[in-house]
Design a binder for this molecule. Sequence first.
Ligand SMILES: *Cc1c(COP(=O)(O)O)cnc(C)c1O
Length: 406
Amino acid sequence: MRPDYFSNNSESLCIEDLALTKICEEIPTPFYIYSQASIEAAATSYLKNASDSDLICYSVKANSNINLLKILAQLGMGFDVVSVGELKRALKAGATADKIVFSGVGKSKADLTFAAEQEIYSINIESHHEIELLKDLPNKPRISLRINPDMAANTHPYIETGKSDCKFGISELEALEIAKTYSTEEINLVGISAHIGSQITDANLFIELAEKLKALAAQLKDLGHKIDHLDVGGGLAIDYQLEQQYDPAQLVKDLKSSITEYDLLMEPGRSIVAQSGAVITSVITEKTNGQRDFLVVDVGMNDLMRPALYSARHSIETVKFNDVEVKEYEVVGPVCETADSFGVGHSLNAKAGDQLIIYSTGAYGSSMGSNYNSRPKPAEILVSKDKFKVIRKAESFEDLIRLEEV
Ligand SMILES: *Cc1c(COP(=O)(O)O)cnc(C)c1O
């Protein structure tokens, strides 16, 4: 089952109302392609049951293309940023500062000063050191304590962030210490945040987390701090096998019944954009080594890093249906690393020159891309009904060396 904004018109896959083969005639591969309708539907599923004072903050690191941020800002979303660069992108995309939260384990004095000057909704504190840096600033920025909830998310170790031995956040004990040490004149402590990790399939974990945050909030209030919101972190998982669907609208509804005394804040990234995006790549050649058949494609681990970094598996199909024999292939990129592989056992009826679609690549795809092997980053295309536009040009060789000229 493919994401629902893809259909097939017997000859070729379509995205919204456009045949992908038509787009491939105009745009050289590889490229990223996104569906505006699908992004809007995913965002709306989080916004639907949130009240006006709640904040659904799209996590910019999932995909930071400014044209996608503009779409989300117009829907009324806030933004979760983890660097000054992301903060500037969100502002440039039209977000108001009072809808931006700033997380990150290594914020410098310059980062914190900039964020405080913008008067953003909240700076999420991840160490005692940040409190010391902030308390000397002239305007008292709104801050939340990002606690490490010591909960296992049962996901890949690299995207697990809420266990006590992860670098993120501070312990509940340390949060209480901070709340005792600093008076309301010294710090403007207004919230608690936590992020268990990414790819959470069990909605009950969020409810469990909400209970933890409520208990801590009550203690901080007893110490005199005016807690107005609880932030439960990132969003629900998506299914890279394209079988399961998770229900953000129901999750927000359940969280709202649990968190009644505070505004609710969430920071979904992946579940807003992952299924709304795909990579289109061409088969360069087919080859056999030993027992294994390979399809060598023109997209590499520098463009789509998830398989190499997390052993992630993305579904792959041909864009145009043809009648060559179906074989089991390992699909590999051209980069000089054995890790540059999109996995073994892909059943495909493809030959050199054919285009393939790699699904579920809207999140942590282009935003993690690099220029390794001096490969220019690919174009990004946005489809809205029966029109498409380039929302990021393909990089050129000149772009690669521009900053190296002496
Ligand atoms: C990455 C991240 C998110 C987004 O997580 P998703 O799984 O993509 O929804 C949210 N909050 C913080 C602090 C993050 O680091």
